[in-house]
Design a protein around this ligand. Structure first.
Ligand SMILES: O=c1[nH]cnc2c1ncn2[C@@H]1O[C@H](COP(=O)(O)OP(=O)(O)O)[C@@H](O)[C@H]1O
Ligand SMILES: [Ca+2]
Length: 500
């Protein structure tokens, strides 16, 4: 073997298959590292949490939200991780025993402690917002409402989270944050699809919020937001006393009123309740609210017979009377002298809108006329038939669906002036992408500054693209190195001589 031959054996780069193997192994390693980076990323992702308590008039819900820490400002990143329904009634029902209001939250808050990883407890904000039930209690008995709020505050402060306050939110906030929630979850702030209006029906109040594009003639009904680089002027109104439970009281009061002086044994034949339905109810249960103006001390402790007759047309006539449309100081009104521009665009209707319409199986796939027909036939169904058909449904809810469904259609059509076309543009929704529609998410996003006014700077490439690019660049560098090695080594080494 001469010197040149010996050099050829010693220098592996002169054997193409060795070069290929080395190249293959290196590429394999690079790909494996890249895959490992992509795969392991979620494991290292840090999540943040937030808790919002929705202290509604009928009950309290505790919502836990979760989001990846480094994507705080990206729209649609916050999702509902968990929801807990507090046992018993809303906090305003504890006006006589305020200390019990705080106690009632224990089970759900203990659940929150288990749901959120321990190392995140301290940094997790907790907010409590009370809505129309507490607004009414405040009107009725300011001291009692303060005591109830103090009680829930004391209770929430015993938890390891970062307590941020318990307060009664305004009707405007309730409407606007419901609108933010729906549009944030639908990712409408970053696409050109336009926004969706929000319809929220509670037990004690109801909210309507949308971008009208027209002048808002009353300051109370106008809210401006700058979100992700776009300006929005919202029309919003919250009707206190027009939640479905309070409207039922209003409607009963109106039907009872003419009978009060006529007879002592009042039998109320109610078209909004089913034939065969008969229940003794106390006057107190109707007159115990500041929404019902009439005070009849003489009847305290007495009862009346509430009897269903199931007549949808008459029911709608009775409900229409709770809207005052005789006076409007603006260019146009919904009802009760409240300014409202014509409704516009698509709407998402949630909370009791959804519960009621979902139970009745009425969707906006039905035309407005068909929906009315369906409701009409439902209302005439005998009470016993219904109870047999729905043994698992709470009797109070079951008995009131005819009334509530009729109220919803009347509110939309006569109250807000929805046309059959607007009806078609409305969706009854409970959740969007598994997060419940309601004011709580929007409230938290706002208080934690998670909805920036300007669009956040987006990275040039998504993470996957970034990894691919890095991979291609590493390969290029690798190939260049190899070629460089081969190229620069030849002139000085014996291999070069061999070619000559
Ligand atoms: O499963 C259900 N079927 C019918 N109505 C329901 C159901 N769950 C909740 N609701 C009703 O939804 C309404 C929720 O109102 P909420 O308690 O949020 O009052 P608020 O928003 O006026 O303060 C109440 O009228 C309650 O009775
Ligand atoms: Ca509510």
């Amino acid at each position: 073997m001469d010197e040149q031959q010996e050099m050829k054996v010693k220098n592996p780069w002169h054997r193409p298959h060795i070069f290929l193997v080395a190249f293959g192994i290196s590429v394999g390693i690079i790909i494996m590292v890249a895959i490992a980076v992509v795969q392991n990323k979620p494991l290292h992702q840090k999540y943040k949490y937030g808790i919002v308590l929705d202290a509604g008039s009928s009950h309290t819900s505790v919502y836990i939200y979760e989001w990846p820490a480094e994507k705080e400002n990206n729209t649609g990143m916050v999702r509902q991780k968990h929801a807990c329904s507090v046992k018993g009634k809303g906090i305003s029902s504890y006006s006589g025993t305020p200390e019990k209001a705080g106690e009632s939250l224990k089970e759900c808050m203990d659940e929150a402690k288990k749901t959120i990883p321990k190392q995140r407890h301290q940094e997790t904000p907790v907010y409590l917002g009370a809505t129309a039930g507490m607004r009414l209690l405040k009107m009725d008995n300011d001291i009692a409402s303060e005591k109830v709020l103090a009680s829930v505050e004391t209770s929430l402060q015993t938890y390891p989270f970062s307590y941020q306050g318990a307060r009664i939110i305004t009707g405007q906030e309730e409407g606007a944050f419901g609108w933010i929630t729906v549009n944030y979850l639908s990712e409408n702030f970053i696409t050109a699809s336009g926004t969706v209006g929000a319809l929220d029906l509670g037990g004690a109040s109801t909210q309507i919020t949308f971008v009208s594009g027209q002048e808002v003639e009353s300051l109370d009904n106008s809210i401006d937001f700058r979100l992700y680089g776009n300006d929005y002027r919202l029309y919003t109104h919250s009707f206190l006393c027009y939640g479905k439970d309070q409207v039922l009281k209003l409607s009963l009061e109106q039907q009872i009123k003419p009978k009060l002086d006529v007879t002592d044994n009042i039998i109320l034949e109610d078209p909004c309740f089913h034939p065969g339905y008969e229940m003794n109810k106390s006057f107190q249960s109707v007159f115990d609210s500041p929404c019902v103006k009439m005070v009849t001390h003489s009847k305290t402790g007495q009862t009346f017979k509430h009897k269903g007759i199931g007549d949808w047309k008459k029911c709608q006539e009775a409900i229409t009377k709770v809207f005052n449309t005789s006076y409007c100081r603006y260019s146009r009104c919904s009802f009760n002298d409240v300014f409202q521009p014509p409704v516009k665009g698509r709407f998402g209707a949630f909370s009791a809108y959804y519960f009621v319409m979902n139970f009745l199986n009425v969707t906006t796939d039905n035309s407005l006329d068909d929906a009315k027909k369906k409701l009409g036939s439902y209302c005439t169904t005998h009470w016993n038939t219904l109870k047999q058909k729905h043994p698992g449904v709470k009797e109070k809810y079951l008995s009131e669906y005819c009334f509530s469904g009729t109220y919803i259609i009347t509110l939309l059509e006569d109250g807000y002036k929805f046309t059959p076309e607007d009806w078609k543009n409305t969706n009854f929704i409970r959740t969007i992408k598994d997060s419940e529609a309601g004011w709580t998410l929007g409230y938290m996003l706002n208080l934690t500054n998670m909805i920036p006014a300007e669009a956040p700077d987006t990275p040039l490439l998504p993470f996957g693209g970034y990894v691919s690019l890095m991979l291609v660049l590493s390969l290029l560098i690798f190939v260049c190195l190899i070629l460089g090695y081969i190229f620069f080594r030849r002139p000085s080494g014996p291999a070069h001589k061999e070619i000559i």
